[in-house]
Design a protein around this ligand. Structure first.
Ligand code: SME
Length: 150
């Protein structure tokens, strides 16, 4: 499916300004639309430099994650999307689900505040390419535009 169609489909699902509802819908939509994923979820910065678990689909996950730990921490710290082809080769990777082999973490920045990150795991090595990254980043932008992020 084209990235544009995906974005329009997600936008039509996000019919409230409530970020919690929209976050749950976004996670479920990504899990449904992208093959070979074992975990999709948000981590939120609700206190300084710490990520706490938000809406997700997958196994129960690690919580909390300080900014100096893991792929999620690096995305939060650097505010740059992290695309990891093989998590076993990423020093400090936090293994919540031992099945995970590759990972994509997109920082979500609102104004100058790091609101949180969207974390996506796959059991397949090198699951995510540049086109997947761009598509997921665009879906994150739709989520931000549709939601009042407290
Ligand atoms: N692997 C992540 C931790 C979160 S789980 O994948 C759900 C990390 O290294 O930050």
């Amino acid at each position: 499916m084209s990235g544009d169609l995906l974005e329009r489909q997600l936008a039509s699902l996000l019919d409230t300004r409530d970020w919690l509802t929209n976050a749950a819908q976004t996670v479920a939509f990504i899990r449904q639309q992208f093959a070979d994923l074992n975990w999709v979820g948000f981590y939120l910065q609700r206190s300084e430099r710490t990520l706490v678990l938000g809406p997700f689909q997958g196994l129960p996950a690690c919580n909390p994650i300080p900014f100096d730990r893991g792929v999620c921490g690096r995305a939060a710290r650097t505010r740059v999307t992290q695309r990891v082809d093989d998590v076993h080769a990423f020093p400090g990777h936090i293994a919540c689900d031992v099945a995970s082999r590759s990972e994509l973490v997109v920082p979500i920045v609102v104004g100058d505040w790091l609101w949180g990150v969207l974390d996506i795991d796959s059991p397949r090595r090198q699951r995510f390419d540049a086109a997947d990254q761009a598509a997921i980043e665009n879906l994150c932008r739709r989520f931000v535009a549709a939601s009042d992020l407290a």
